[in-house]
Design a protein around this ligand. Structure first.
Ligand code: PLP
Ligand code: ZN
Length: 423
């Protein structure tokens, strides 16, 4: 439905669309989608596909998961924020929330699966420790499009869908998330497979950017502040890119929302680097003793060791362009903020969304924000308890397990068989 070209952020040159993730000239930079329509026209399509004129896809899917935005009453009163809006990305049908895997990763998975189908015959490979895996498994289950999902073995209990994911191949790695990423690269070295791309995938970012689009359309203007908990920061980049498009549209205001992004103590590398106004992450300074730190956070989806922070068009640029702020949130602050939110608004939260709520409380208490202005609180996940009332959750079993450091050669035969079965 949309008409777009890809451009390298660094050199500005057009890049051919073949599910391309990087500038063919070798620039260490993100690509961006440049849409022919400069004004946002909502489509008569379900869920996220309402925004498909600003998604890098031509077709849509008959799936009604999408972002939801509403004006808060109870939390707004509690925090004395008269213009608090909540972007809810999870399962909460009473509010229109129909993301059955309960996080905004489904907003990334939906356009990504369409983009892949339209531009490559290869099978997508996704490495994840949880929410991303579940989102792609669900979209595979609903569409019948195969995917390969590589996860650390201990993430298997988090993998479920609401319909059986018959076309998905899950590989469990006996190791941590980093080992899973390494093994997914091994799989991508085989013919017939392609890496999903994470932050470098424009479909993923513009999918997450629909949270900002939905808020602007609902409120009638862009918010002044955008609050989100980050692990990679891809959602922050996406919110900034969406806001730049909305500014060019002309109907939603001229000031870019400032990004208020949060991480979970003791693992807060981007908070540390940004507070020094440094473009480059320094492992010893920004993430000392990272393994221990990662094992101690309340929300482990916020623990990416290689975020797209320094890369042109990445988190540092998004923060600089919007005069952003970063918050470090303790586990205790997150827990009590989550309890407060659930008590007032009436839905359970993903731990990352509790971290984000705690950062908003910090902002109010420290006087970092003008409390009369418009706030968008991105609740990036929630409704895990609510979804069980309406759906039977189907566990997803791994097709096979490999040890950390296994090579592609060892699994080539099995994978070829799996892809054959899928055809
Ligand atoms: C992945 C995830 C985040 C962090 O998103 P990024 O913008 O990619 O850092 C926050 N909340 C939830 C629920 C997530 O699954
Ligand atoms: Zn380039």
């Amino acid at each position: 439905m949309s008409d777009y070209t890809l451009r390298c952020v660094l050199c500005g040159e057009e890049v051919p669309e073949q599910y391309t993730l990087a500038c063919p000239r070798g620039h260490p930079s993100l690509l961006r989608a440049d849409y022919a329509e400069k004004q946002l026209h909502l489509k008569n399509a379900p869920g996220i596909f309402r925004f498909s004129s600003w998604l890098p896809i031509h077709g849509t899917l008959p799936i009604d998961a999408g972002p939801v935005c509403y004006k808060s009453k109870a939390l707004a009163r509690e925090l004395n924020l008269p213009n608090l809006h909540i972007g809810f990305n999870g399962y909460w049908p009473e509010r229109g929330g129909k993301i059955t895997t309960c996080s905004f990763k489904e907003l990334e998975a939906l356009p990504t699966m369409v983009r892949a189908k339209e531009n490559t015959t290869k099978t997508l490979v996704i490495a994840s420790a949880g929410n991303t895996a579940r989102a792609f498994l669900q979209v595979s289950a609903l569409t019948g499009v195969p995917v390969v999902v590589v996860v650390p073995e201990k993430a298997i209990p988090r993998l479920w869908t609401t319909v059986p994911a018959d076309k998905a191949c899950v590989i469990a790695v006996r190791g941590d998330y980093t080992d899973a990423i390494r093994f997914s690269r091994e799989v991508c070295s085989l013919p017939g497979f392609i890496e999903e791309g994470g932050a470098r995938n424009v479909a993923r970012r513009d999918g997450m950017g629909t949270v900002m689009l939905d808020a602007a359309v609902t409120i009638g203007r862009m918010p002044d502040y955008y609050f989100q908990a980050i692990g990679s920061g891809t959602g922050g980049i996406a919110a900034w890119e969406a806001a730049v498009r909305l500014r060019a549209d002309g109907r939603f205001g001229t000031a870019l929302p400032s990004l208020h992004l949060s991480q979970n103590l003791p693992f807060v590398p981007m908070v540390s680097a940004w507070n020094d106004r440094r473009r480059n992450l320094i492992a010893e300074t920004d993430m000392p003793d990272s393994q221990t730190a990662i094992s101690r956070v309340y929300s482990d989806v916020l623990t990416n060791r290689e975020p797209p922070y320094a890369i042109p068009g990445g988190v540092f640029d998004a923060m600089s362009a919007t005069d952003g702020r970063m918050y470090a949130v303790s586990n205790d602050e997150a827990c009590s903020a989550g309890t407060l939110f659930t008590g007032l608004e009436g839905i359970d939260l993903d731990p990352a969304a509790a971290v984000c709520t705690a950062s908003l409380i910090q902002a109010c208490e420290s006087g970092n924000i003008d409390t009369n202005r418009t706030v968008l609180l991105n609740i990036t996940g929630g409704g895990y308890e609510r979804v069980r009332e309406d759906h039977t959750l189907v566990p997803v079993q791994p097709a096979f397990c490999v040890s950390a450091g296994a090579t592609a050669g060892q699994v080539n035969k099995e994978l070829v068989e799996i892809v054959k079965i899928h055809e």
